[in-house]
Design a binder for this molecule. Structure first.
Ligand SMILES: Cc1ncc(COP(=O)(O)O)c(C=O)c1O
Length: 397
């Protein structure tokens, strides 16, 4: 079987408006048509017998004495396919709406006490910091946000920064697999090992990892790992996962409590009230699509394109890249020249002008007193997209 050519030849698989240059897959992942079609087919099927599907097929949970009439419920079937893809036991893996819900579930389930600490770093996702702050403040606990050696990103310095931030009151370390704004890939296995040596459990925020990075969650050693399938794993929105190590099921609850409370990880998370389950059920179709494309081949393409983009743009802008190739994956965040601006409003204006006037969607933000562009490289992108961005920006800065 011949494998498809990546780049614009892949665009017919997606629904983008013609003429759009989409370099923002990391923020809002675009769902392939075949996945939304599979999801639509499931919705159509369920509408034929809504009660049967919702009450007797979706979960194994014996909700009101109505057990699943399938040998395996649809949610467990989908979770099993996803678990295989991310190297987890199906019993340790549940679906959540998104990484935000995964983080809420884990932090909200902690038995935090007055004076306890939750440690995370400044490059972490803003909403994750707020979740930690919310649950910590309810318990009289604190959130310690450690400063990251960035620019100047270095494995040993990061390990030291985390090690120095841990105290006898640290109850949880939250680390990003792929940092949001900076696109940096953190040394997750080493950080977990260091935290465990200090007796601190670890939640990994892998919002950008599934699909873009090979995962072996059972072997990784994290206590909890949450990630999105609706970014790089080709699933429809909203579709995230939460992994809990075998010894970490106890006491872990979804943010929304329902009929499965206290029964099992799957019972609690598979049913969080009546809802649309089709994003989860269609997730295996996204995985099959990636497998048809060749998962390793797809990742190589994304990484090569992202790295070439980083080189091309930083040379054009005469700025220095604050990372090496091995420290990034399918996304790169490149500093713009100082004269491009420095504030969040400068970033907003520039980004909006690119979208409205040039039809280029790219993430742009201000950090450490300058603007940065985060480029996402998906298989439908090619170097012409980067050239288009470079040209459009050359007229604007
Ligand atoms: C590192 C990180 N964590 C969490 C999230 C939240 O993802 P979601 O909005 O899908 O919950 C994001 C979103 O981009 C992210 O970058």
């Amino acid at each position: 079987m011949s494998l498809p050519t990546f780049g614009h030849a892949m665009l017919p698989e997606w629904s983008f408006e013609p003429g759009t240059t989409y370099l923002n897959h990391g923020t809002v992942g675009a769902t392939p048509k075949r996945v939304t079609q599979a999801q639509d087919a499931l919705r159509a099927l369920f509408e034929k017998q809504p009660s049967q599907h919702l009450l007797r097929e979706i979960t194994d949970f014996r909700y009101l004495d109505q057990p699943s009439i399938r040998p395996q419920s649809r949610m467990r079937e989908a979770a099993t396919a996803v678990a295989e893809f991310v190297g987890a036991r199906p019993d340790d893996l549940v679906f959540v709406d998104n990484a935000t819900a995964g983080v809420n579930a884990v932090v909200g389930s902690l038995d935090l006490r007055e004076g306890d600490e939750v440690v995370l770093d400044e490059l972490g996702y803003g909403a994750v910091k707020l979740i930690a702050k919310h649950f910590a403040s309810r318990a009289g606990a604190h959130v310690r946000v450690l400063e990251m050696p960035y620019p100047g990103f270095d494995r040993a310095l990061i390990l030291k920064a985390y090690r120095d931030a841990i105290t006898p009151r640290t109850r949880l370390l939250i680390i990003d697999h792929v940092c949001s704004g900076s696109s940096l890939v953190l040394p997750v296995p080493e950080l977990i090992e260091m935290a465990h040596a200090a007796g601190v459990p670890v939640l990994v925020d892998g919002a950008h990892a599934p699909g873009a990075h090979a995962l072996e969650l059972s072997a990784l050693g994290a206590d909890w790992y949450t990630g999105n399938l609706h970014k790089w794993a080709m699933a429809p929105r909203s579709c995230g996962i939460l992994y809990a190590a075998p010894g970490r099921h106890e006491g872990l609850h979804p943010a929304v409590i329902s009929w499965g409370y206290g029964q099992s990880l799957a019972a609690e998370f598979d049913w969080v009230g009546t809802r649309d389950f089709t994003p989860y059920l269609a997730a295996p179709v996204g995985i099959e699509f990636m497998q048809q494309l060749g998962v390793a081949r797809m990742r190589d393409y994304q990484r090569d394109l992202a790295w070439d983009a980083a080189l091309r743009l930083s040379r054009g802008w005469n700025t220095e890249l604050p990372f090496e190739r091995s420290q990034v994956g399918s996304m790169v965040t490149v500093p713009l020249p100082q004269h491009a601006g420095s504030t969040a409003m400068d970033a907003h204006r520039l980004r909006l002008a690119l979208l409205v006037e040039d039809r280029i969607e790219v993430q742009m933000h201000s950090f450490r007193g300058r603007l940065w562009a985060r480029i996402s490289a998906q298989v439908y992108n090619e170097s012409a997209d980067i050239e288009r961005l470079a040209t459009a920006l050359s007229h604007r800065i």
